[in-house]
Ligand binder design. Structure first.
Ligand SMILES: Nc1ncnc2c1ncn2[C@@H]1O[C@H](COP(=O)(O)OP(=O)(O)O)[C@@H](O)[C@H]1O
Ligand SMILES: [Mg+2]
Length: 310
């Protein structure tokens, strides 16, 4: 399992009655289970082989394991019903609500999560997929991006901390003014009418046939058309490229140079959010979360260094 992802519970430990409920709705017995990696929720995620020859992907979580993940999965079921057909995604097969469990079953991709690390062909395919998505201004029932994005005021909140002098390192202290200024106004400049996924990372992009599928749709929204492409630029640096750090950085800068300046501001603001959130209290249901945020903020520093106006 790559660093930072939660050690998820396994299907074998799921309640027998839940497994039976899934088999009932799929009208076939589960005859094989291959666990997959990725994501933070503590529940099981696996590709299931069914007795009738089908393969499906299923992820499940109990509210007792994580009320947050339970809420996200419940929301994702509604979003999946709205994803336009031409957007490369895993179509919803079924969902199950059983006691305090919620299960999402989609078609299984022919491959697995594309990284880490990224490869250029996957990056190109993911860029294409988010472009198809953002070309849609006709997806109804999704909230504005501002309702789904984490608060991106991280640099400002860090600057306001009485202990800022201690928690910030010299690199951050030196650039804090521009970092705050670049992040400001994100609620306005992330707005727009375009459909966006808002959680595009290498573990939420899976290989499928000759291309990729976007998965994990709980954060989908309506916003500025460049949002997902900017997330991809940041993720290739954060997760790394198989060609090495210099290739990752070049790819990210290349992507951002083709986008409006707000995309650069967005990446800077996202890193402030990671850095700020990494210092918050631990999340018991996602014990690796804070360390993952800290690592991400640190890994993205070479990119911010090239973006920050001084
Ligand atoms: N349709 C699919 N086929 C194969 N693997 C998938 C599929 N969807 C997701 N995965 C894998 O399962 C992991 C968890 O699924 P995801 O939808 O991202 O759930 P979570 O919300 O728990 O992160 C992904 O990181 C990916 O590796
Ligand atoms: Mg995920």
């Amino acid at each position: 399992m790559p660093a930072g992802f939660t050690a998820r519970s396994v299907w074998a430990d799921a309640p027998r009655s839940l497994v039976r409920a899934v088999e009932r709705v799929l009208d076939a017995p589960i005859v094989g289970v291959e666990a997959v990696h990725g994501g933070m929720p503590p529940g099981p995620a696996a590709v299931l082989a069914l007795g009738d020859g089908r393969q499906v992907f299923a992820k499940a979580v109990a509210a007792q394991q994580s009320a947050k993940a339970h809420g996200l999965y419940t929301r994702e079921i509604e979003v999946l019903a709205r994803v336009p057909d031409d957007v490369p995604h895993a179509p919803l097969v079924a969902h199950v609500v059983h006691g305090d469990w919620v299960v999402i079953v989609t078609e299984a991709a022919s491959g697995r999560a594309v990284g880490p690390p990224w490869r250029s062909q996957h990056l190109a395919a993911a860029t294409g997929a988010v472009a198809v998505l953002s070309a849609h201004t006709d997806v109804h029932g999704l909230p504005p991006a501002v309702d789904r994005l984490p608060a991106l005021d991280g640099w400002e909140l860090l600057a306001e901390r009485p202990d800022a002098g201690e928690v910030l390192d010299p690199w951050e202290r030196e650039r804090l003014g521009p970092l705050v200024a670049m992040s400001r106004g994100w609620r306005t400049w992330t707005a727009g009418p375009h459909a966006v996924h808002l959680d595009v990372r290498c573990d939420n992009v899976v290989e499928h046939d000759e291309g990729v599928w976007l998965v994990d749709w709980a954060h989908a929204a309506i916003g500025a058309p460049w949002l997902d492409t900017a997330c991809l630029a940041a993720d290739v640096v954060a997760c790394g490229h198989v060609g090495g750090d210099a290739v990752a950085l070049r790819a990210a800068k290349g992507i951002l140079s083709g986008l409006p300046y707000e995309a650069t501001r967005f990446v800077v603001a996202m890193i402030g959010m990671f850095r700020h959130n990494s210092l918050r209290d631990p999340v018991p249901s996602a014990p690796t979360m804070r360390a993952w945020q800290a690592r991400r903020a640190r890994a993205l520093r070479p990119l911010v260094e090239t973006l920050v106006t001084r």
